[in-house]
Design a protein around this ligand. Structure first.
Ligand code: BG6
Length: 484
């Protein structure tokens, strides 16, 4: 349930994440009357600025494209809820100062129960000191305290364990909300319904019917100024190990016994534990080069000129359990590709041979973005005086099916869940542990820990990826039917 009398403290209030995601999401919730009653928002960062400057910065990202007067009025109201404090991230007095500010807001509350939600929109280097100082200096004495943190959660198994154990010294698992914003996406949430509320799909969801599964993330732009951050992490840590693996776990887990968050997360962890570490031979790496007037990865000034950091990766995961033995799950992600698309493609097996030969396979496509859709490729008799099977589509495009469709922003949905204390769509500690176990060996190889670093294959900016990709996915049984 939603707690009244809540203060949200946004650390890193002048940073990129806060501006692009946290504030717009808080405003989106506020505009729709979904924030708790008597909510306050306190921005906190190192930058010294007055309230006017702070409001100017945070509201410049709130969308009001048509200059709707109602939205403008809401923005003014939103500003009134929101104050700013500057301070350091490593010293107790700064946090004591913040705490005095929080108390000055809370003393106006009617009820004597105060709730505080601490949102750390911060670089990982300060996660640990901030979480410690907040716990020691800013913890509400009556009411609920929650802390929201975002990836990167370390860069391999050991660093993740270190980070987790450090934060755990101050915060319980129950108080901690680890964001993977893919879990807030409408279509990712739909996976549970699609799989477990449809017998027609559910009963074919295994190795007997499914040949292979592709989970694909494509972005049409490069690092564009984010090269400094990106080069340290690479595409596997940026997208595969978290966002795509989360999608895979919901796609493959067993039916949870209830909607309780621990029941769902138990099933996710169970299926992830059945996946061994990725092997080198099951991997293709790529790095984009300049083409069509667009710069290559190495042309980004914030990237070292000899970087071998992959901006594209395709890896194959295998799940050793009765449902999935032998089915390859291909996870692929890349920057600077030919289009923006995130989708799951479940390719079914060939139909029994005999009367039908060489016809397309069934494919269930779940398009996460853009334009949410689920469609099933089916063979149909071509109408007329013939007996030819042609590939057709049963198409559920959300925009057409749901009139007045309003898909909430992932961050809105997650922040609301955190206010309510619902952990279902947040990442549990043991989920992270097992996710890193799957990816750490391949990452150490890419980092050069086992000898020389592998060289990614070049691919032109705006292309479909490295040239060996088609051959690679075909070798795991994927048969291209129509353009994808
Ligand atoms: C972030 C990555 O986690 O997800 C980015 O760090 C990526 O590199 C982004 O662009 C993609 O998110 P979305 O919601 O735009 O698909």
């Amino acid at each position: 349930e939603l707690k009244d009398n809540t203060i949200v403290i946004v650390f890193g209030a002048s940073g990129d994440l806060a501006k692009k995601k946290t504030y717009p999401a808080l405003f989106g919730l506020f505009k729709n009357g979904l924030l708790p009653k008597d909510v306050h928002i306190v921005g906190y960062a190192r930058t010294k600025m007055d309230e006017a400057e702070y409001h100017k910065r945070t509201t410049s990202y709130l969308k009001n494209p048509d200059n709707d007067p109602e939205v403008s009025a809401k923005i003014e109201e939103f500003k009134k809820l929101s104050t700013y404090i500057s301070g350091g991230y490593e010293d107790a007095p700064s946090f004591q100062n913040l705490n005095r500010h929080l108390e000055s807001i809370e003393k106006n509350y009617q009820r004597k129960e105060y709730n505080r939600v601490f949102y750390l929109a911060l670089p990982p280097s300060v996660f640990v000191p901030v979480s410690k100082h907040v716990r020691e200096n800013c913890y509400a004495q009556s009411g609920v305290n929650r802390i929201i943190i975002e990836k990167p959660f370390g860069s391999d198994l050991d660093s993740c364990r270190d980070l987790l154990s450090n934060v755990k010294q101050s915060w319980t698992e129950d108080e901690t909300f680890r964001i993977d914003h893919y879990l807030g996406k409408e279509m990712v949430k739909n996976l549970l319904v699609l799989r477990f509320a449809n017998v027609a799909l559910g009963n074919n969801w295994d190795k007997n019917s499914i040949s292979n599964v592709q989970i694909t993330f494509k972005e049409p732009f490069g690092t564009e100024g984010r090269g400094g951050y990106f080069d340290e992490f690479g595409i596997i840590r940026d997208v595969l190990q978290n966002h795509l693996l989360q999608v895979l776990s919901i796609l493959t887990m067993e039916r949870p016994v209830s909607f309780a968050s621990e029941d769902i997360r138990n099933e996710k962890v169970k299926v992830l534990r059945a996946i061994p570490p990725i092997e080198r031979k099951d991997t293709v790496l790529g790095q984009y080069v300049g083409a069509n007037g667009k710069p290559g990865y190495l042309d980004d000034d914030s990237v070292p000129k000899d970087s071998v950091c992959p901006t594209f990766a395709a890896t194959v995961l295998w799940i050793h359990n009765e449902r999935w033995e032998g089915v390859p799950f291909v996870l692929k992600a890349g920057k600077a590709l030919n289009e923006a698309k995130v989708e799951v493609r479940v390719q079914f097996k060939d139909v029994t041979q005999g009367i039908f030969k060489d016809i397309s396979r069934n494919e269930l496509v779940i398009r996460i973005q853009p334009s949410e859709a689920v469609y099933l490729k089916m063979n149909t008799k071509s109408p007329g005086l013939n007996f030819r099977a042609v590939p057709t589509e049963m198409d559920l495009t959300y925009k057409r099916r749901f009139s007045d469709l309003k898909v909430p922003e992932a961050y809105e949905s997650l922040i609301l869940d955190a206010f309510k204390g619902d952990h279902s769509n947040f990442v549990r500690d043991d989920e992270l542990d097992v996710a890193w176990k799957i990816f750490t060996p391949i990452l150490h190889w890419i980092d050069g820990k086992d000898g020389s670093r592998p060289r990614p294959s070049p691919y032109p900016y705006g292309s479909r990826g490295p040239k060996e990709l088609d051959q690679f996915i075909a070798s795991y049984g994927y048969r291209r039917a129509t353009e994808d």
